[in-house]
Design a protein around this ligand. Structure first.
Ligand code: MLT
Length: 388
């Protein structure tokens, strides 16, 4: 048999965290175990009907059956710009400062290809969404990890990066509200980051997929583009996935600096052919009319959060009460590594958690709970863990 070894950079990759979780979950389920999955941030509630109806209407239009625009329907990009204006007070030119994405993961994975040369330094705040370092590696970039810890309130210490490193840095990935830690960045952090990036000519990649999953309307997470001067250095990735329960639809957007948006658009023209236009039409109505539904979902997650935080406290598991996102970032019981604890919980209780070290070495000693099941199932999951 002829062997076809994968390219070195691909062979060296660990299995993709969430694909691996699905694999182990399927294995345990096949043994007849009643699995409760809190392992992946995939909203369990359905997409609101009015969005599904817009998809059906869009699917019936023959003009939507051909190739879509590479960078997205101008009407979709205008809906994104309107939403940014209403939600963040940020004005965007839909023709130049917005690009549609087949989900924000796709955009994040492709973006470094447009700007990172082999040997460039890319700063990744970690624990992190696994795609940031993987995408960097695909371009031959070198990753510098900035740890996010309980002690630094899960905000990277920008002063710990040396001048020589800033001089080499092509881009920095930040993600607030943060996956997996659920931390929210204050305005002062973004101001400092934007000032440093402007000074050092570093691209800021802000992954803002969770801004609409907040719990206190007085403390709504912000967009980096609200900061003066951010548009000189920043591109922000967002998505309809978490806000309107649309993970399976694959629709998101990148907005911000015109050159950065253009660079990503150039990659996309060469590697994909855009989003089915009927999905974009559904996305337009989601952005325009979805806020009351997002509000309803926030209420549901808040109830889950309060139940889970109380149950974890009772068990003596340390976890901050999240102000945003639907994740709980919890310390493993003393002396247990992330993987050992999560494996034991899965094998002995059927509850799927995510090991903290799956988000990078600084996540060791933690596990993540995604609040993606109804309250009764969440209580059941936590009571199984408590017995263990
Ligand atoms: C997660 O569980 O971290 C997310 O669902 C992954 C993703 O959004 O791709």
């Amino acid at each position: 048999m002829i062997e076809f070894p994968m390219a070195d950079r691909v062979a060296a990759l660990p299995p993709y965290l969430f694909a691996e979780i699905d694999r182990v979950k399927a294995e345990v389920r096949a043994r007849g175990v009643d699995i409760i999955s809190l392992g992946i941030g995939d909203p369990d509630l359905p997409t609101p009907d009015f969005i599904v109806e817009a998809l059906c209407a869009g699917a019936k239009k023959p003009e939507n059956h051909q190739y879509p625009d590479y960078v997205g329907l101008l009407a979709f990009r205008a809906a994104v710009a309107d939403w940014y204006k209403t939600r963040f007070g940020v004005t965007l030119d839909p023709a130049k400062e917005v690009v549609s994405l087949i989900g924000s993961k796709e955009g994040i994975a492709h973006f470094p290809l447009a700007f990172v040369n082999p040997g460039d330094l890319v700063i990744v705040c970690s624990p992190n969404y696994p795609v940031y370092p993987v995408a960097t590696g695909f371009c031959g970039g070198e990753v510098k990890i900035l740890p996010l810890t309980d002690a630094n309130d899960y905000l990277p210490d920008l002063d710990s990066v040396t001048d020589a490193e800033w001089a080499r840095a092509k881009m920095i990935f930040v993600n607030y509200p943060n996956n997996p830690t659920s931390a929210v960045a204050p305005r002062a952090f973004y101001e400092k980051l934007v000032a440093k990036a402007r000074e050092t000519k570093t691209i800021v990649v802000s992954d803002a997929a969770y801004t609409e999953m907040y719990y206190d309307p007085a403390e709504r997470p912000m967009s980096i583009l609200e900061i003066e001067g951010a548009r000189e250095v920043a591109i922000e990735f967002h998505s309809l996935s978490k806000t309107y329960n649309m993970t399976g639809w694959r629709i998101g957007m990148a907005v911000g600096n015109e050159q950065l948006v253009k660079g990503l658009g150039k990659i996309k023209e060469n590697v994909d052919s855009g989003i089915f236009q009927a999905v974009q039409e559904a996305g337009i109505v989601a952005l325009a009319k979805g806020e009351p539904y997002a509000e309803q979902f926030r209420g549901i997650y808040k109830e889950r959060r309060d139940v889970a935080v109380a149950a974890l406290a009772k068990m003596g598991i340390a976890c901050r009460t999240p102000k945003a996102s639907f994740y709980l970032w919890c310390k493993t019981p003393a002396g247990q590594t992330s993987s050992a604890f999560v494996t034991k919980v899965l094998q002995e209780t059927g509850v799927v958690l995510t090991p903290g070290n799956g988000f990078g070495a600084p996540g060791e000693g933690y596990f993540r709970i995604a609040m993606t099941v109804p309250v009764a199932r969440l209580e059941e999951a936590l009571s199984r863990i408590a017995k263990l």
